[in-house]
Design a protein. Structure first.
Length: 499
């Protein structure tokens, strides 16, 4: 059986704890790989390697860093298919979706290639007699990233390229459910010329996570995952004196006004709700139909959903793959099975779905629930599967109030032809990312990604300018050089004279 080990100091390091976790092919249910699970001592060893590497990398020139990043970008581009195949084999998503994940990660690598302009400081000359003030940004040291199973390549690339471009060294703890893509990313970085110890991958479970959160040698922690874990990460790491950005869960709404193009809205709802089997923090999981359009919109969504082809991710005809584990599949199914008892109309029930020849895979079909109540489990919880809830509102104001009452504030969208309504929505909605006739408003790499309320713990969003600020800290330098022709001014205990 294949074993995925750690990547520390520019090389593969075998696990020493003796503990391993299973990695399953979601399409077959077969355990294909085992992954080493690090002990606290192994985490400490990785931190020491990263700290040593920081002594040189943190002082390296921007030219040296960007040279590596440009080479890395080229290698990632050349290996898109290989990375996507690893994602499909362990996560289950279809190959085209995996390729899209790699492409979105590449955006951040490209942003990191331009770090020379992003790290430019500021200078004010002659703020007083021969006094200049400058502002600079410097790296933090060793930083860590803890990433989820649903995007095993993209989310790590949202973190470490910017972190190392800013001069930090990085320890990545990817999900133990699909660990191989992380190692591939690290191997390619080494091939691109990234010095040993600058990027390290430590696999593990809660033991490794807790060790990272407590380790005094780590200056900052980035996290993407569920809200309960994000809250724990933020609380624990902050208590240990670390800078934290912890992105949590979501319940993303799509408000559809009566004037919207219902065919476009239905297309968008199906794509955003069921893409990647709904295992996206930006998936649309709740459609709010305003006015009398609800029945027609639900019917259009149903017609499209019934045509989606579900199958193994490596089958080019598949549009949706399986869920990551059998346990997760069963949990998702439980929401559908309990929906009717809590007042919903089950328009589509995908819980009994199987694929011929792959009966042991983690399959579930597309489910569509109508007239969902806001106090039902299917609405309140982040299901993280191919289940779409439809709610009804009489007016725009009622729909906005419904969305703003949610404890989550990750992303949301409005579908309308009315520019005035869209403008109001942008300003009135309580979410960090807003789409206007765009169902999944994930920002491009040079704008930051992040939500509000229970979808984000910490002050910084991820990547973009926020990411650069998160991985650096500011310093202000005030300088006076006396004119050689003047004698020393002597002691002055007052404030510097600025006028």
């Amino acid at each position: 059986m294949k074993t995925v080990n750690h990547w520390i100091g520019g090389k593969t390091v075998e696990g020493a704890s003796g503990n391993y976790g299973p990695v399953t092919d979601p399409a077959t249910g077969e355990v294909t790989t085992q992954v080493a699970l690090a002990s606290a001592d192994e985490v400490d060893a990785a931190v020491q390697v990263a700290r040593e590497a920081f002594q040189t990398w943190g002082q390296s020139s921007l030219a040296a860093r960007t040279k590596v990043l440009f080479a890395y970008r080229a290698l990632l581009d050349a290996n898109r298919d290989a990375i996507a195949e690893l994602i499909t084999a362990e996560h289950g998503k279809v190959h085209s979706d995996a390729l899209g994940e790699v492409a979105r990660g590449l955006e951040i690598v490209e942003l990191a290639c331009g770090i020379t302009t992003q790290l430019k400081g500021e200078l004010s000359t002659s703020v007083s007699s021969r006094v200049d003030v400058s502002s600079i940004r410097q790296p933090l040291g060793v930083v860590a990233g803890i990433t989820p199973f649903n995007f095993p390549a993209m989310v790590p690339m949202w973190m470490f390229p910017l972190a190392v471009a800013c001069g930090n060294t990085f320890i990545l703890k990817p999900s133990e459910k699909d660990p191989s893509a992380a190692n591939k990313l690290a191997e390619l970085a080494s091939e691109a010329g990234l010095p040993a110890g600058v990027l390290n991958v430590v696999h593990g479970d809660k033991v490794a996570v807790d060790a990272l959160l407590a380790h005094p040698g780590i200056a900052a922690v980035s996290f993407v995952g569920s809200t309960p874990i994000a809250r724990h990460i933020h609380t624990t790491a902050s208590a240990n004196g670390k800078r934290v950005q912890a992105l949590g869960g979501a319940k993303n709404h799509m408000l559809v006004l009566p004037d919207a193009d219902l065919d476009a809205a239905a297309d968008a709802a199906v794509s955003a709700a069921y893409g990647s089997a709904g295992e996206r923090c930006m998936a649309i999981s709740a459609v709010v139909a305003v006015g009398s359009i609800g029945d027609e919109l639900v019917e259009k969504i149903r017609e499209r959903a019934e045509k989606i082809k579900i199958g193994p991710g490596n089958d080019p005809t598949s549009e949706m793959g399986p869920l990551i584990t059998a346990a997760h599949r069963d949990k998702v199914a439980s929401y559908v099975k309990g929906a009717a008892d809590q007042g919903a109309d089950v328009v589509l029930d995908g819980t009994g779905y199987t694929v011929g020849g792959f009966e042991n895979g983690h399959w579930i079909g597309l489910s569509l629930l109508d007239n969902v109540k806001t106090d039902s489990d299917a609405y309140r919880d982040e299901i993280f599967g191919p289940v779409l809830c439809v709610l009804r509102a009489e007016t725009y104001e009622e729909g906005v109030a419904l969305i703003n009452a949610s404890p989550f504030g990750n992303g949301t969208a409005i579908f309308t032809r009315d520019g005035g309504a869209a403008r109001r929505f942008q300003l009135e909605i309580e979410a960090g990312m807003v789409g206007v006739n765009v169902p999944i408003p994930v920002p491009v790499g040079y704008h930051s990604f992040g939500g509000w309320k229970d979808s984000l713990f910490g002050d910084h969003h991820i990547y973009g300018n926020d990411g650069i600020h998160f991985y650096t800290r500011g310093k202000v330098v005030t300088t006076r050089w006396p004119d050689p022709s003047e004698a020393p001014a002597g002691v002055d205990l007052g404030f510097p004279r600025n006028h």
